[in-house]
Write a protein of this length. Structure first.
Length: 86
């Protein structure tokens, strides 16, 4: 998925979108941890979880250069719009 396609994508799984954002932004877990003032093991743990808190998801995404908006909830899954061009 290209960065421009992510803007329109409805996000259902935080783990998958964080992995894609990390890959596309070229951010390492170590660099993200340093930027956020966290331990690399804590960041790694966040990437390993299927779901994380909204606060932590937004913190990670912001650290990788993405803006996040929550647009609703359907069938128990939070829907996200991620904008890499913030």
């Amino acid at each position: 998925m290209k960065r421009s396609e992510m803007k329109e994508e409805v996000i259902l799984r935080s783990k998958e979108i964080m992995r894609k954002a990390k890959e596309e932004s070229g951010t390492t877990q170590k660099a993200l941890a340093e930027k956020l003032g966290m331990l690399q093991t804590s960041v790694s743990g966040g990437f390993a979880r299927e779901h994380i808190s909204l606060e932590l998801f937004c913190k990670y995404m912001d650290g990788m250069g993405y803006a996040v908006a929550v647009v609703g909830k359907q069938d128990g899954d939070v829907r996200w719009i991620v904008d890499p061009d913030r």
